[in-house]
Design a protein around this ligand. Structure first.
Ligand SMILES: [Zn+2]
Ligand SMILES: [Zn+2]
Length: 89
């Protein structure tokens, strides 16, 4: 079974952008889920069309939680994700 760590088809979209805090209603921003990579693993994050998670400083505890959540979205364990990241490097 091959799983793409960047697959966001089963990730929930947050009500607000993680970057600017804008909601989909205010200002008509379109929110979408994108993936970001950290040394802990790949995780998903909701951003608007104008924000990109690249280079963001995010709290480690939050990133850890997001990585675990994203493993769940993908239906894999965090061990499987770590192995996959190792293999792709
Ligand atoms: Zn934004
Ligand atoms: Zn996810």
């Amino acid at each position: 079974m091959s799983v793409s760590l960047d697959d966001t088809s089963r990730c929930p979209v947050d009500a607000v952008c993680a970057g600017c805090g804008g909601s989909a209603v205010l200002g008509g921003r379109i929110l979408g889920v994108t993936t970001a990579e950290s040394h802990l693993g790949v995780f998903c994050i909701t951003v608007c069309a104008r924000c990109s998670p690249e280079g963001w400083e995010m709290p480690l505890s939050w990133v850890t939680l997001q990585v675990l959540n994203h493993c769940e979205h993908l239906g894999i364990t965090s061990d499987a994700m770590a192995r996959k990241m190792e293999a792709e490097r």
